[in-house]
Design a protein around this ligand. Structure first.
Ligand code: GDP
Ligand code: MN
Length: 381
């Protein structure tokens, strides 16, 4: 679950990280009032759960309250990367000498959080990471010990901070690490971390991504979820009780079991294909659930083939097959489908699907190869 910038910065502030004290407006008039209240100049910032708002014109400086109203009007009518802007943050503007980057992510390869910093912060950090990765400095955090002050100091010196600014930087880095741990975040980011004209460090942007599996421990944070901001596929999956992650390949996958779904994606990749999604329909999937899953998969225009990989255990193969046939009657499509069913009542299941004109396979290898071939031929849609 992603938090909005203003929510992240409110949390940051509680952990001693200096942030501009702004307010949220849902209409242009309120934006003007806030600008008057907190004093101009202000920045008007779209609150949508995507990055790159600055580049998309969703962050604008206003020198007067009138201008703040105008900008809010424009920004509140915008869509950024497909998401409508429904609220703006009005922050006191900061005059900046430099824009730093500071972020913490869970590094799966190392099995530990990594803190990263760069003197080349701002809107182009992805570009910096790609073109000159040496400008991004890192420290691996021992999860038992936590981030140590000496590591934060080293990071500060590594990115070329003046000595007098290092203690403040250390305080911010330690604060960011504490909020990251306390909220069970998978990402905590400040970009930009400004060096203001008054020589103070200030977090002008904030981002926290929380681990959905840990939200059970954070009911207060879960309440911050903005259902408007979830993309439609994610929302449908959540309400249908499906684990769904959209990916950018062209082979839709429908699998019962998370481990099997991972294996299916691996095998598709092994044979040169690209999965369009991760999807676990769970055990005992009935036709309604299969239909919901199929709709989700087919809503993606990239999908050129669908691979069902079903292992019949407690879930019987014939039952799942009937579920698929029922689902196909509900969801009209011309995208070709391949089904691999093994286990309990698999033969019966394959017979049902074959009579519904679906290609069937017994091994995952066979099924995946077939799906990759079909997707390459690109006859779908
Ligand atoms: P993002 O593009 O979605 O990451 O949005 P940011 O909040 O990072 O804003 C984008 C850019 O707008 C920043 O990198 C700054 O260059 C600029 N910006 C944001 N707030 C201020 C501010 O208070 N003063 C000034 N001068 N620029 C700002
Ligand atoms: Mn930013």
């Amino acid at each position: 679950m992603k938090l909005h910038e203003h929510q992240s910065k409110e949390l940051f502030a509680r952990y001693g990280i200096p942030t501009p004290q702004g307010k949220v407006a849902y209409d242009a008039e309120a934006a003007r009032e806030i600008a008057k209240q907190i004093g101009v100049p202000v920045v008007v910032k779209a609150q949508v759960l995507v990055g790159g708002r600055g580049k998309a014109g969703g962050v604008k400086l206003a020198k007067t309250a009138d201008e703040a109203e105008e900008h809010a009007n424009t920004i509140l009518g915008m869509e950024i990367k497909g998401l409508p802007v429904r609220k703006v943050l009005i922050d006191p503007a900061v005059t900046a000498k430099a824009e730093l980057y500071l972020g913490i992510v869970v590094d799966r390869a190392q099995g530990a959080p990594v803190i990263m910093a760069s003197a080349a912060g701002g809107v182009e950090i992805e570009e910096v990471a790609r073109v000159s990765p040496e400008k991004i400095k890192r420290q691996t955090i021992d999860p038992v010990l936590g981030l140590q002050a000496y590591q934060a100091r080293e990071l500060g010196f590594d990115i070329g901070l003046e000595k007098k600014r290092v203690p403040e930087f250390v305080k911010i880095a330690l604060g960011l690490y504490r909020v990251f741990v306390d909220t069970d975040a998978s990402l905590g980011e400040i970009n930009p971390l400004f060096i203001s004209s008054e020589d103070a460090l200030i977090a002008a942007d904030g981002k926290l991504v929380l681990d959905d599996s840990a939200l059970e421990r954070h009911h207060d944070l879960e309440m911050l979820r903005d259902a408007d901001e979830e993309n439609q596929a994610e929302r449908e999956a959540r309400t249908a009780g499906l684990s769904f992650v959209k990916l950018d390949g062209n082979i839709g996958c429908m699998v019962n079991g998370a481990g099997l779904a991972m294996a299916t994606m691996d095998v598709i990749k092994f044979y040169g294909g690209a999965p369009a999604n991760f999807l676990d329909i769970g055990g005992g999937a009935k036709s309604d659930k299969v239909a919901a899953a199929l709709r989700l998969i087919l809503a993606d225009p990239n999908v050129q083939a669908v691979l069902f990989n079903i292992f019949g255990g407690i879930t019987r193969g014939d039952e799942v097959a009937r579920g698929i046939v029922d689902a196909l009657a509900q969801v009209k499509t011309r995208v070709p489908m391949v089904a691999r069913i093994v286990g309990t009542n698999a033969e019966e299941g394959r017979r049902i699907l074959a009579s519904a004109n679906m290609q069937t396979a017994t091994s995952l290898e066979e099924g995946a190869k077939l799906a990759v071939e079909i997707a390459k031929a690109g006859v779908g849609n």
